[in-house]
Write a protein that binds this ligand. Structure first.
Ligand SMILES: [Zn+2]
Length: 235
């Protein structure tokens, strides 16, 4: 085989190794994304539960303020009652006091319920917080394993790239440029073996005279249809 072709095929083998390790690294991504999504969902639930607890507390505080102002007004009515002279005015004030007492009792009952809701919401938030922690703990070992796998792959990738660059150094410059140009195109690889009478990439028939060149292995020949370098791979 022609020395140029040998150098190119050698480079392609190193590129294949690089591609394989890049695929290994990319293969970690879906699982990592799934783990991230699981945590994000748990966190969103926790945020919702905490918001619920805050809202319940706000409602309780609102009611407390309202009840306090009712009590103040009620106290004023009682004081006025002590100074009232006329019987009619007194009975009006008594009626107001009675009505206000009923309203206050209702608000106090509502406050009791709101306090229950605060407790319930806080319990729920604590429960969800525990679930988030559990999810984190459950993921920890898997994430560690993934990180270790990524680190190992990254190390091998760096080494494979170093070897690849070394192999590229063994290819004549114009051929290397041609090789890189083909690789930037659609074909995943730059070199394909002759497949019967056709190009091993696009399966377009290679004209006889070119096929002869390829079989002789004395020159670097490209496919007229797809542009990849076609070579003869002896069995
Ligand atoms: Zn082709």
């Amino acid at each position: 085989m022609h020395a140029d072709l040998e150098a190119l095929l050698n480079l392609q083998e190193h590129d294949k190794a690089v591609i394989a390790i890049e695929a290994e690294l990319a293969a970690f991504n879906p699982e990592l994304a799934a783990l991230d999504a699981e945590l994000a969902q748990a966190q969103a639930e926790l945020d919702g539960a905490r918001k619920g607890a805050q809202d319940a507390e706000l409602r309780r505080a609102e009611l407390e303020g309202k009840i306090e102002s009712y009590r103040v007004m009620q106290e004023r009515r009682r004081q006025r009652l002590e100074w009232v002279r006329g019987a009619k005015e007194a009975s009006t004030l008594m009626a107001e006091l009675d009505l206000a007492r009923t309203v206050l009792a209702k608000e106090e009952a509502e406050w009791m319920r709101s306090a229950d809701r605060v407790q319930e919401a806080e319990r729920r938030a604590a429960e969800v917080e525990r679930l988030v922690e559990e999810a984190r703990t459950a993921q920890a070992s898997r994430r560690e394993a993934i990180a270790a796998g990524q680190a190992a792959s990254a190390e091998r990738l760096a080494e494979a790239r170093r070897r690849r660059d070394q192999a590229a150094g063994g290819v004549r410059r114009p051929l290397l440029q041609q090789y890189e140009r083909i690789r930037r195109g659609r074909a995943p690889l730059a070199l394909y073996p002759l497949h019967g009478e056709a190009c091993g990439h696009c399966y377009t028939a290679v004209p006889l005279h070119r096929r002869q060149d390829i079989l002789n292995g004395q020159s670097v020949t490209t496919c007229e249809a797809c542009g990849v370098i076609v070579y003869h791979a002896p069995d």
